[in-house]
Ligand binder design. Sequence first.
Ligand code: DCP
Ligand code: MG
Ligand code: MN
Length: 345
Amino acid sequence: PQLPTKECANQDVVDALEQLMELHKAKSSEDDRWRVFSYGKCIRALKNHPKRIKSLSQARAIRGVGEKTAMKIMEIIETGGLKRIQYENTEDVEATKIFQGIYGVGRNTAFAWYANGCRTLDDIKMCKGGIKVSAVQEIGIKFYDDINTRIPRAEVQEIFDRIKSVALDMDPKLFIEVMGSFRRGKADCGDIDVLITRDTADGKTHAGFLSKLLDELHELDILTEDLSVPDDYSDLELCYRGLCMLPGLPGARRRRIDILCVPWECRGGALLYYTGDDIFNRAMRMKANVLGYSLNQRGLYAGVVRDPKDRRVKLHGGSIIASETEEEIFKVLGVPWQEPHERVR
Ligand code: DCP
Ligand code: MG
Ligand code: MN
């Protein structure tokens, strides 16, 4: 289902805070990342706030809005602008924001290029300051505008339908679906997220399938460039990233596509994870952790033991307790079922 665009009573505030958030996103410090997180929370709350904000205390009363943000909100409402945006929008932030729009370029690379004297995409193309550009970044520069343009829902559907029919021709028992923002019903998508698995009831799996599918899609000129390919196609869990397009359509843009393969028994965990959104996933992971479980893209685990010195390190992997369907994962976590379009910030 396509979601209607909601009227927002404080759209000017949302727009300004989003601009400020983007500026912090482009920077690299721990502090900036925290600000991005906290502005994100405020913006989501503001989007759902039904009334026009009229006072500092009204702003302050919104969940996630602290004293400083409340003052910013009032500045926007009273002056129509936010001075902090100009102050944060320094030359380095502006340039590195552009660089980070290149596929394969993160904050560190962007700031390193800036330190080498690069200011524009042309500087990067000319390798100003002796900077090195990888083959993948080269593709990111070549299709910069395409990659940074969102894809209309109808086009995602059309490209996916083609891929699905090619895939099912090769193996009718295959499970293939679109995940991400498309499954959540968004009107446009940043990329096309495709999930592949296969029912193992007949003793077969999708091992080796992806490599044949990719060959076929290249042959048909649906896939145009590879960005990252798996090392070992015989695995059941694989991730492919590339560019695709509707073949034979003059002026068609290159579109970002991710194709993910997962073991059949992990399909519920994978559906849940790759549907997102990322904020919803974070909330579900936290819920799992509170209950002493661990949730990842494979499913829900019990008895995971983590290193107290570094919570990212698992000392014991635990055992899987729910992973075949999304429903059972919601159930074990005690979270009421939410349709994909409801899993939004
Ligand atoms: N995901 C996540 N955390 C991340 C990245 C991804 O939980 N850091 C999950 C949730 C996302 C899904 O994977 O919804 C797909 O990732 P995308 O980056 O493609 O994000 P979306 O499809 O949600 O949005 P977009 O329209 O920008 O592609
Ligand atoms: Mg996506
Ligand atoms: Mn994606």
